[in-house]
Design a protein around this ligand. Structure first.
Ligand code: NIG
Ligand code: FE
Length: 404
């Protein structure tokens, strides 16, 4: 009995945001080992045997561990000079056409060893963990050859062994055209479909496949070839689409059963309807919108009306979103896009998990993984309202207390 109780922990009198909504009235949260046992209203606690349990705290707010479902956390170098050029009026597309942008990070990433990439990514990952993240998706896409894409994915997997965090990996081979394929983008898509995807699948290095569907990247037809190849290898797909223009990549991805379509500032009604029918999650990325000083708003109200689930993520990357603080995105999603604090928080918990196809995290409910954050605030909306560090009292990942 004693050892059983040692493994059982309780928080009393807490406000609980369960991943979708804030529960009414003060709650008790009970976990055993790696798993959530129960969330119950305080008035029902009397008469239960939970009184013997290890007391973890009372008062404050508990949320699921945050889920950052879209990042490019592994990369070489930085792009501060591009930041300055954009402030002087050069557009992101123009920088890409001049061979800078993503390709400058490709150069730096190809030159970096796995150890270099791990060393540079760890402080970024640590900042996210300190901000309450328990699950981070990491994309490749700065290698653009079989060798260097696999290197990036291995680094991403390794980060999950070095830190108490769940890493979900995504192969983004179709991110940009590497210089050696200049003038032959179909040839590069052949490589992605015939070599990269099979190799990532064979080595178990990718959990999903992503594409960049845009004029400066790949066409809808090319992306569809990538979706088919991913499907043939049993990998789910997602997209960067409708970020800079409307090509129809989102609707096409939804027809291919995409887990998510991300950015989508230029998404139209057809795309929204396709997402609704497919159950594709809309991933809202306010960090890239902010950094690019974009003015085209994503169609939040139409997505809301259609009942398309909206996730919110950092898009952490050296070009369009060098922002590594997930809770800042909650604030930006509200101030820039008028999402409600509840929508933003659901976007970085329940819907973020759904965008990754995960069902055992991102929500607080009996039987799910004990991934949770205990915050020194009075109401969940404060997480979106104030941009502030130091509010996290405890973070538990799979029941393990990793921050106190
Ligand atoms: O999510 N849109 C394309 N890809 C990334 C940016 C990558 C980069 O500029 O390095 C994005 O915005
Ligand atoms: Fe991205």
């Amino acid at each position: 009995m004693a050892s059983h109780v040692q493994n059982c922990r309780i928080w009393r009198d807490v406000v609980v945001f369960d991943g979708l909504q804030t529960l009414k009235g003060p709650q008790a949260v009970i976990i055993e080992g790696e798993t959530i046992v129960e969330i119950l209203p305080m008035e029902k606690l009397g008469g239960t045997h939970y009184n013997d349990y290890q007391n973890m705290g009372s008062g404050g707010v508990i949320t699921p561990g945050l889920v950052d479902c879209h990042t490019h956390l592994v990369f070489g170098g930085h792009r501060a000079e591009e930041f300055e050029a954009r402030l002087e009026g050069v557009s992101y597309e123009e920088i890409a056409r001049r061979g800078g942008g993503i390709l400058s990070t490709v150069n730096a990433t190809r030159q970096a060893s796995e150890e270099d990439l791990i060393e540079s990514a760890l402080p970024r990952l640590d900042a996210m963990i300190a901000d309450g993240v328990c699950t981070v998706e990491i994309k490749s896409g700065y290698g653009l050859s079989v060798e260097h894409e696999m290197k990036m994915l291995r680094v991403a997997r390794r980060l999950g062994e070095l830190r108490p965090v769940r890493i979900v990996t995504t192969l983004l081979g179709a991110h940009a055209l590497p210089p050696e394929f200049s003038g032959n983008s179909d040839g590069y898509i052949d490589l992605v479909c015939r070599e990269m995807i099979p190799e990532a699948a064979r080595q178990g290095l990718a959990d999903a496949v992503d594409v960049f569907c845009e004029k400066i990247a790949f066409s809808v037809a090319q992306c569809e070839r990538v979706f088919e190849a991913a499907k043939a290898h049993g990998l789910p797909v997602k997209t960067h689409s409708e970020q800079l223009s409307n090509l129809g990549g989102t609707a096409s991805a939804a027809r291919h059963g995409a887990l998510s379509a991300d950015h989508i500032e230029y998404l139209d009604a057809t795309g929204i309807e396709a997402m609704r029918q497919a159950g594709t999650v809309a991933v809202i990325l306010p960090g890239a919108f902010h950094t690019l000083r974009e003015t085209q708003q994503p169609p939040i109200e139409a997505l809301r009306q259609a009942g398309v689930p909206m996730a919110v993520a950092t898009d952490a990357n050296p070009g369009t979103s060098p922002l590594y603080q997930p809770t800042l995105m909650l604030n930006l999603a509200c101030t820039l896009f008028r999402m409600t604090p509840t929508e933003a928080l659901a976007g970085m918990t329940a819907h973020g998990a759904r965008a990754l196809g995960l069902t055992h995290t991102g929500r607080l409910a009996a039987g799910l993984s004990a991934d949770l954050c205990y915050w020194n605030i009075e109401t969940p909306a404060e997480l979106a309202y104030a941009v502030q560090s130091g509010r996290l009292i405890q973070r538990l990942f799979r029941g393990e207390l990793t921050h106190e």
